[in-house]
Design a binder for this molecule. Sequence first.
Ligand SMILES: [Zn+2]
Length: 297
Amino acid sequence: MATPHFVVNAPASAGGKAEAWGKRAEEAYGEITEKLDLRPRQKIPLYLYFQHRDFREAAGVRPHDLVVGQSHYADGRIELDVSGLFANAKRTLRHEIVHSVLALGLGPRIGTLPTWFNEGLAQVAGQPDDPAAEERVREARGAGALPELRQLADRFPRGEESGVAYAASYSAVAYFVELFGWEGVQRLLDRMRQGDSYSTAFRKATGIDSEEFAQGWRSTLVRRGLLEWIQLFYFPATGLMMIWAMWMAYQRVRNRHRHIEEEDEPRDDSADEDEPPDIVEPDDELDYHSGLRPNTE
Ligand SMILES: [Zn+2]
């Protein structure tokens, strides 16, 4: 089955489900190519597997690896586990389409794109905001386990560390988009499409070096971390002091108001019988009500 930008391959038993996935893929493709301003000429072969085991066998994934999607640089082919057993397949589809569009759109230059940038784009362009990733980066930084971006240029670590690698990639690309916008991403990819290597394209598209950017990203994390500490310890204290100051001011106004009333129209003694007398703190009286002392005589 073919859609405008995909050749969808699914078992005959999939029936209308394959068509539904083709539609989802087209929607995602439209948004992603718009964001990246990259439009590959060839169609993307999309292989759908409705059983996790079928996917594993076809994609050559080992039983213990929790992989649910895969894309290939050479032809942009995507293999996707749509069983929904381990992950949200719609999300994975978007992620893999970004990889595929980058591979087909950039051609051989894709080889110079660092893995962190490729994986970061797949996450940021393919998925909505991911606060969990930023949280993970924060934790890793706190534990001194946050890798440098240049350590994530080639292969990603496996196991527990791979989670941090993905989170760092997400955070760094989100920061790139924050600094240079999607126009910055588009400029960079366009330069690469025209034949520049990643590092040359980076400089031309942003005006800074990629290493300079990496340092900027790290120091922003440090600054944000410091700000959080300040917010944690400084703001609650300030907040409490402000509440206390407002309460004191309210008390003063209240006392003053009462005192004015008392001066203007002396109270009827009989009305006072049921109410306890106002207690005015001596300090308050001295400091703020010196001209408005209640007539106690
Ligand atoms: Zn990926």
